[in-house]
Write a protein that binds this ligand. Structure first.
Ligand code: 5GP
Length: 206
C-alpha cells in the first residue's frame, strides 16, 4: 500500500511553542515537509528569509494573492501571512506529510479546500506559561504582546474546529504525541478509501 501524504495544519496561540515543536518533529522523524509561509511582518533578530518565512512587502504579497499563488492567507495583528501553493502540492504528491503552521482563519480555509486535512491545536499547559513565553521571547513590544493575547482569546473560541489539541508542557513528550496522532490519522478508513475498496473487490472475486 502506497503511503499518501496528509496535509497537517498546526495552530496555537502565539507563544505556545509551535515553531520549536515543528522544527523538532521534522528533524526527529522521516516523512515530514514543513511549509514556509510568506509574510509582510518584519523578521525577528534570529529569523532568516526563506527559513522561518519569506519576508516580503505588502505590494509583493498582494501580487502573489492576485496570481493565485497562495492556498490561503489571513491578516494577523496588522500583517499578512499566507501559504505558497507550489511547495505543498509537490510534497504531498511525493508522499510527504506536509505541515502548515498557521492561524485559525487560514486553518478553516484549508479545511474547506482539503476536507481530509488534519487539524491540530497546540496549547500551553496554562495561561501563565503562555504569558511568560511571549515575554521571554523578548522580540515584541508590550503593545504587540497584548494584541497577541487578545487574538489568543478570539482563537480560543474556535478550538472545536480542530481534530485534536496537543498540550505543549514537555517538548519531547509533545513531539512524540504529535507524531503518534499523525501516525494514527494515516489509518482512518477515510484516508485509506482506495485500499479498502480494492480489498472489497478482491473479496467479491472469491
Ligand atoms: P508569528 O508572527 O508569531 O510568526 O505568526 C503569527 C501567526 O501567524 C501565528 O499564529 C502563525 O501560526 C500564523 N501564520 C504563520 N504563517 C501563516 C500562514 O501562511 N497563513 C496563516 N493563515 N497564518 C500563518
Amino acid at each position: 500500500m502506497q503511503k499518501k501524504g496528509i496535509l497537517i495544519v498546526v495552530s496555537g496561540f502565539s507563544g505556545a511553542g509551535k515553531g520549536t515543536l515543528m522544527k523538532k518533529l521534522v528533524s526527529e522523524y522521516e516523512g515530514y515537509a514543513l511549509s514556509v509561509s510568506m509574510t509582510t511582518r518584519k523578521p525577528r533578530e534570529n529569523e532568516i528569509d526563506g527559513r522561518e518565512y519569506y519576508f516580503v512587502s505588502r505590494e509583493k504579497f498582494e501580487e502573489v494573492i492576485a496570481s493565485q499563488g497562495l492556498i490561503e492567507y489571513a491578516t494577523y495583528v496588522e500583517n499578512y501571512y499566507g501559504t505558497p501553493v507550489e511547495y505543498v502540492e509537490e510534497e504531498l504528491k511525493a508522499g510527504k506529510d506536509v505541515l502548515l503552521e498557521i492561524e485559525i482563519q487560514g486553518a478553516l480555509k484549508v479545511k474547506e479546500k482539503f476536507p481530509s486535512a488534519l487539524l491540530l491545536f497546540v496549547m500551553p499547559p496554562n495561561i501563565d506559561e503562555l504569558k511568560n513565553r511571549l515575554k521571554q521571547r523578548g522580540t515584541e513590544s508590550d503593545e504587540i504582546i497584548n494584541k497577541r493575547l487578545k487574538r489568543a482569546g478570539e482563537e480560543a473560541a474556535g478550538i472545536e474546529a480542530y481534530d485534536y489539541i496537543v498540550i505543549n508542557d514537555d517538548l519531547n513528550e509533545c513531539v512524540k504525541s504529535l507524531h503518534q496522532i499523525i501516525a494514527a490519522a494515516h489509518l482512518t478508513p477515510g484516508r485509506n478509501a482506495l485500499f479498502i475498496e480494492e480489498f472489497r473487490k478482491e473479496l467479491k472475486q472469491n
